[in-house]
Design a protein. Sequence first.
Length: 341
Amino acid sequence: MIIDCHGHYTTAPPALGVWRDRQIASLADPTLAPARSELHIGDDELRESVESNQLRLMDERGIDLTVFSPRASFMAHHIGDFATSAAWAAVCNELCHRVAALYPERFVPAAMLPQSPGVDPATCLPELTRCVEEYGAVALNLNPDPSGGHWTAPPLTDRSWYPVYEKMAEYDIPAMVHVSTSVNPAFHTTGAHYLNADTTAFMQLVQGDLFTDFPTLRLVIPHGGGAVPYHWGRFRGLAMALGRPPLEEHVLANVFFDTCVYHQPGIDLLFDVIPAKNILFASEMIGAVRDIDPCTGHHFDDTGRYTEAAKLPADDLAAVQEHNARAVYPRLDALLRRQGR
């Protein structure tokens, strides 16, 4: 079985974008604010949006199931206030839930949080609770920079984040540490901001002692961990300089990386540096990089090809493709067992 732990609803029907545009316009003119009931997307539209896109590619690439969350670049937590984010998160999470309900053996939802710059993360808990208890979400996306590239939030080790971690520990669910759109012109959203955030989040965890307080907390750092595997020696040395334990003890019981790396040498490096037990298969297909690589003739985001060509031992390959995801996402594992898988 192949589980893709990193999927976003990047192909949602156009009506979602129209609703969002009205919501943004209402920040200047409240009379334009759309009611949630005004978003009309039928099941047939949902089916069409994934059957010709994600599902088609999953079938072509042999991917059995995708952990499916709202489009990361559309989270845009910097827009409006908490009420804006709360309404937007509720709409997006409901759509991912509906897709998963239509295809229960192919998609499982993960929750977007209604974060907002300068607002206590504890305000996200009602939406998180609803998504887990009503929608069956198996994970959440946690944005370490709700400001959109200006990095005004405290580090992930700050106690202001603890209410979210406490709820995660209660539900035994992981978070993917994933930023959204950059509005800072110095940082391209997917080429710089995403990878900067992956690297920054890891370094914050090295500097702190978060997992002493939350020994069962599990965080997935996407996009292959940003610069982390490539500079593993630097992080090992910094951990020593900071008086932290070896990285294997300090963070690798709680931190995992995905395979959203879009060329063979990058995947090979990831597998050479990071233990296989800390790597989860993912593609983020129909996401940041959608073209065909002229050097290979295959899509850049067809990460299954790279993973299988990396010549991993059979047990390690099975762990990366399936078993690690089931361990890191216990609610996903429970769902699969209920389905007889």
